[in-house]
Ligand binder design. Structure first.
Ligand code: ASP
Length: 417
């Protein structure tokens, strides 16, 4: 008898759950080293495979998308709406984090013993994170850095904002030269785009195994016991993330688009699972693009602009996490944060999350900027490093959901969904 083929989402979910169980067993029965040496590489291979398509996919699909726009002014409108949506949702995310952390006060429940243990465990690692976090360039540098001096270098180094800039400019100029000369170039990139999408389809066939390997390695390595020491803090972050997704994105979809909220969440599930298991919104980008275009019906010119930009600058989950963590660390050190300090957190966490790369663990590095701006001891980062990986997975899933919700909202307001 032939078994029915399960949908992609279900297969990935089974991989994830099996990975959790296997990881716990490995951690408890003492064969973590085996999982890390032999199973983790399967997960790494999966992530490398999807990362491989990111640069050509983003460039080709954005270029083709731009050239299909009949009106260049529309591009400005899409850009303005996207940026406005990203900024507003990020500020809301931090506010939710601050509100929860101030009312539930997770930092006050931490015992002196737990505190000493956590600091001892990770103070060295925290030192390295702080050093990198504070080495951030100025705003002028960041803006100037969007313009590549050498596009090939931008491709080689995978500098997403520079690639987006290059694709936008090339796409616009292709529309300005005669179609006789632009058409062969457009056809070429259309071909590249199709090939990349095909590669993503093939890679997704091994996604359940990749996800199994990634999750089992994380759990075998870290175990779940540290989660209990920081249970209240972790729960506040997770509750905040869930509230942000269920309230803010649902409302945005309901108010600004004709799409059913259920359809949205159903369509984006595979991307959420990949972001969750890899802890990286950049690695999940090809899957997010695929889900948003194919299952949510957002046209390519909007997906190919909003999603790569979002994977680079829009990190609502990260921002919320930074808000909660700043208040948590301040509470552990017995410091009350004034209203002015909380507003500073909203501002700096918005900027810090924009500056956070869509890679695993990037958010805890930029947290140093937020802590510094309000005078909270940076060593406090050591307190939360134990649960960092698990929370990173959760916030990455939220980050890609935010990007996709923006694409749906923008497409709807352009009557293109
Ligand atoms: N890992 C997150 C992401 O890729 C960024 C972070 O560390 O918060 O979206």
């Amino acid at each position: 008898m032939k078994l029915p083929r399960l949908p992609l989402y279900t297969r990935i979910l089974i991989g994830l759950l099996a990975g959790v169980v296997f990881g716990i067993l490995a951690n408890q029965l003492g064969f973590s080293a085996f999982v890390i040496d032999y199973i983790k590489p399967v997960g790494s291979a999966f992530i490398r495979l999807i990362s491989m398509v990111v640069v050509p996919l983003v460039f080709a699909s954005l270029l083709v998308g731009i050239t299909s726009l009949n009106d260049i002014r529309k591009l400005g409108r899409i850009g303005a709406k996207t940026v406005a949506y990203y900024l507003c949702t990020t500020a809301i995310a931090i506010s939710i984090g601050l509100l929860l952390a101030n009312t539930l006060r997770p930092g006050e429940g931490l015992s002196q013993e737990a505190r000493t243990k956590l600091i001892q465990n990770s103070s060295e690692e925290a030192g390295a994170q702080i050093e990198t976090g504070l080495k951030k360039p100025t705003v002028t540098d960041i803006l100037l850095n969007i313009i590549p001096t050498n596009p090939v270098k931008a491709f080689v180094e995978g500098k997403m904002l520079q690639i987006i800039f290059c694709a936008l400019l090339t796409g616009i100029c292709l529309s300005l030269i005669g179609s006789e000369r632009s058409q062969p170039v457009i056809n070429f990139f259309e071909g590249i785009n199709e090939v990349m999408i095909q590669i993503v389809h093939i890679i997704m066939k091994i996604a359940p195994y990749g996800v199994f390997a990634l999750i089992s390695a994380v759990i075998a390595d870290f175990g779940l016991s540290i989660l209990f020491l920081l249970l209240k803090y972790s729960l506040v972050v997770v509750v905040g993330l869930v509230l942000h997704v269920t309230i803010v994105y649902s409302l945005a979809i309901k108010i600004f688009s004709k799409q059913k909220v259920r359809t949205f969440f159903k369509g984006i599930r595979p991307a959420q699972l990949i972001a969750f298991s890899s802890g990286s919104s950049s690695a999940a980008l090809p899957v997010t693009m695929e889900c948003t275009e194919r299952d949510l019906g957002v046209p390519r010119e909007i997906c190919s602009f909003a999603l790569p930009l979002g994977a680079t600058v829009n990190m609502d989950g990260t921002a919320l996490y930074q808000g909660v963590s700043a208040v948590f660390i301040a509470q552990v050190y017995g410091m009350g944060l004034t209203m002015a300090q909380q507003l500073t957190v909203v501002l700096t966490a918005t900027l810090a999350s924009i500056g956070t790369a869509g890679t695993p663990g990037a958010g805890v590095i930029t947290l140093a900027i937020v802590l510094k701006s309000i005078g909270v001891p940076l060593e406090g980062i050591a307190l939360i490093l134990g649960v960092e990986r698990i929370l990173d997975m959760c916030r990455s899933a939220v980050n890609v959901t935010g990007d996709a919700s923006c694409a749906v909202v923008v497409a709807s307001t352009e009557s293109q969904l």
